[in-house]
Design a protein around this ligand. Structure first.
Ligand code: NAD
Length: 202
C-alpha cells in the first residue's frame, strides 16, 4: 500500500474527464498523494466546481477531440494518463450516436496517438464491464470474453476504445491498462437524465 502511494508522489498525471464522477474523485486522491494532476475536461456533462480545488491540480477546459487542447495538456509531459472522458452512457448514445462515436471513438484514438508521440509510460483506459460482456455472457465472466450481442452504440464505442488500446499496445508498445468499471456510485456523481443507475434503483 505504501509503495503504491509513493508511486504518485511528484508524478505528473493527466486525467481526462477529471470533472466527472470518477475523475473528480481520482483527481482529489492523486493530488493528495502528491501527484501534479492535469485535468482535461470540456464540462459537457460536469460542473467546474466538481474539480477539487487543490494546489496540485491544473484544470484545462477543452475536448479530447480538439488537437490544440491535446498539445496543451501533453506539453505538461504526463507520466501516467487516465483517460476517463466519455460521452456517457447507454441511452445517451442511442439518442446521439454520432457524438458518441466522435468522443468515445475519435477522442480515444487521438488520446492514444498523443500518448504514443509523447512517450507516455502508462495509459489507463476507462472501459465498461457492461459494454464488453453484454447481457448474455457465460458466467463466470472471463476477462477475454467480448460480447457480440451489443444493444447500444456506447457499448460499441467503449469496446472500440479497448480494441484501439490493444492495437497501440501491440504496434507501438504503449503500456495500456484497461479498467472495466461496473455502475459506480458515490459523491461527485451529478444527477442527470442519462445516469445515476444505482441511486435510481434505490
Ligand atoms: N460510472 C460508471 O458506472 C461507469 C461504468 C463503466 C464505465 N465508466 C466509464 O468511466 C469513465 C468515467 O465515468 P463517470 O461516471 O465519471 O462519467 P462522467 O460523465 O461523470 O464523467 C465523464 C467526464 O468526461 C467529460 N467529457 C465528456 N466529453 C468530453 C470531451 N469531449 N472532452 C473532454 N471531456 C469530456 C464530462 O464533462 C465529464 O466530466 C467514462 O469513460 C465511462 O465510460 C463509468
Amino acid at each position: 500500500m505504501m509503495e503504491y502511494k509513493a508511486t504518485y508522489r511528484d508524478k505528473t498525471v493527466l486525467i481526462t474527464g477529471g470533472a466527472g464522477a470518477i475523475g473528480s474523485n481520482l483527481t482529489g486522491a492523486l493530488a493528495e498523494l502528491g501527484a501534479r494532476v492535469v485535468v482535461l475536461d470540456d464540462l459537457s456533462s460536469a460542473e467546474r466546481w466538481n474539480v477539487p480545488s487543490h494546489r496540485n491540480v491544473l484544470f484545462v477546459e477543452g475536448s479530447v477531440v480538439d488537437e490544440e487542447m491535446l498539445k496543451r495538456v501533453f506539453f505538461e509531459r504526463p507520466e501516467i494518463v487516465f483517460h476517463l472522458a466519455a460521452f456517457f452512457a447507454n441511452q445517451n448514445s442511442i439518442d446521439h450516436p454520432e457524438e458518441d462515436l466522435r468522443v468515445n471513438g475519435l477522442g480515444t484514438l487521438r488520446m492514444l496517438q498523443y500518448a504514443t508521440l509523447s512517450g507516455v509510460p502508462r495509459f489507463v483506459y476507462a472501459s465498461s464491464g457492461c459494454s464488453i460482456y453484454g447481457s448474455q455472457s457465460p458466467l463466470p465472466l472471463k476477462e477475454d470474453f467480448m460480447s457480440m450481442h451489443l444493444s447500444t452504440p456506447y457499448q460499441i464505442t467503449k469496446m472500440l476504445g479497448e480494441l484501439y488500446g490493444n492495437f497501440f499496445h501491440h504496434h507501438y508498445n504503449l503500456a495500456v491498462v484497461k479498467a472495466r468499471f461496473f455502475n459506480s456510485y458515490g459523491p461527485g456523481e451529478i444527477p442527470g437524465q442519462y445516469r445515476n443507475v444505482i441511486p435510481n434503483f434505490i
